[in-house]
Design a protein around this ligand. Structure first.
Ligand code: AVJ
Length: 332
């Protein structure tokens, strides 16, 4: 299904590829994930309105370095990135409020190359609001929004108006398991032309104590963000999780080089999920995995990109090597 939303503005177009079956995705994930021996839910279900707000709070925590570090690298390197890519348009995957994107848009405007912004996000209201704000802030800018899922809807990107900069920020690529990460990058490489670049944000492997503090902050905001997924399931699927009966767990898996977040039942839990007609039991201390957040070395980054047909050309980091922004191109 596809709909074109009338925005009332000549320079804004928004196409939606998400149908009303969106809660089905949650239902399927809950059915799959909670009826297997090692329980698991994918992290995309964290982000209802409350979850998005909690994530914003996480980004401001002293322990959570990725957001502010990535922003600082962008500030430092935006002109250089625009110069290296000659980009006329930005395609942003998981655009949200486009907070960091403005740094790049400013640099493109200063360079005189800026023509269009193509945000892709699951939340239509976010795309509409961001589009309206950006056409005001950047006179002459075209916005072509895509309401969709970046794992499924890359074929709906509009014909390029010039060299494109595909941006995927925040380290969100870390949420993929290694196999699906490579599949995703391969799909991305296929959607790119020879003049396009990928600007990818990845968190880096570092002292586990620093990593673990970033996912287990002293104010307990991340714990609340983690537990919020149970509120989502309660509301959307008429379930009765006792949310307070689950502890937040976050640890760095040194072998797999990823952070794992889990929810651990403090006692035996019996959960009814009305919309699915199922009952789920958690034994005392049984855990539910809610997120993996992969951390990268340069070698792994280059290897994953190469496996997808992308050539790593530049890696920009901060002075403490906490976070990386990398620029790559389809391998010639
Ligand atoms: C939005 C996926 C990049 O993995 O660091 C923050 C989400 N989870 N704190 C991350 C998150 C716990 C975040 N990403």
């Amino acid at each position: 299904m596809t709909t074109l939303t009338y925005t009332g503005a000549a320079d804004i177009e928004v196409h939606s590829y998400l149908a009303a079956n969106d809660e089905r995705a949650l239902a399927d994930d809950v059915l799959d994930g909670l009826t297997r021996p090692f329980k698991e839910l994918p992290p995309k279900h964290f982000y209802d309105a409350r979850g998005a707000q909690l994530f914003d709070e996480i980004c401001d925590l002293p322990e959570y370095y990725p957001t502010r570090t990535e922003r600082a690298i962008l500030r430092e390197r935006a002109d250089e990135i625009v110069e290296l890519t000659g980009a006329a348009e930005i395609v942003e995957l998981g655009s949200g409020t486009a907070a960091k994107t403005r740094i790049l848009l400013d640099a493109m405007q200063n360079a005189g190359t800026l023509r269009r912004y193509v945000p892709l996000d699951v939340t239509e209201s976010m795309i509409l609001e961001t589009a309206a704000a950006l056409v005001e802030e950047y006179p002459g800018l075209l916005v072509h929004g895509i309401v969709g899922d970046f794992e499924r809807h890359l074929q709906h990107l509009p014909e390029p108006l010039g060299p494109r900069l595909i941006v995927f920020l925040g380290g969100t690529i870390g949420n993929f398991t290694p196999g699906s990460r490579r599949r995703f990058l391969r799909g991305l490489a296929k959607a790119m032309g020879p003049a396009d670049h990928l600007l990818l944000g990845t968190d880096l492997v570092k002292d586990p104590a620093v990593l673990e503090a970033a996912y287990d902050d002293s104010r307990g905001v991340t714990a609340e963000f983690n537990r919020n997924v149970l509120h989502v399931v309660n509301r959307e699927l008429r379930a009765d999780f006792d949310v307070d009966a689950f502890d937040h767990v976050a640890f760095f898996d040194r072998e797999r080089e990823w952070i794992e977040m889990r929810l651990r039942a403090t006692s035996r839990q019996h959960v009814r999920i009305e919309a699915l007609g199922i009952d789920v039991v958690f034994e005392p201390r049984e855990e539910l995995r809610t997120e993996i957040s992969a951390k990268f070395t340069r070698e792994r980054l280059a290897g994953d990109l190469a496996a997808a047909g992308l050539e790593l050309e530049h890696v920009f980091t901060d002075e403490n090597d906490l976070f990386a922004l990398s620029l790559s191109q389809p391998a010639g």
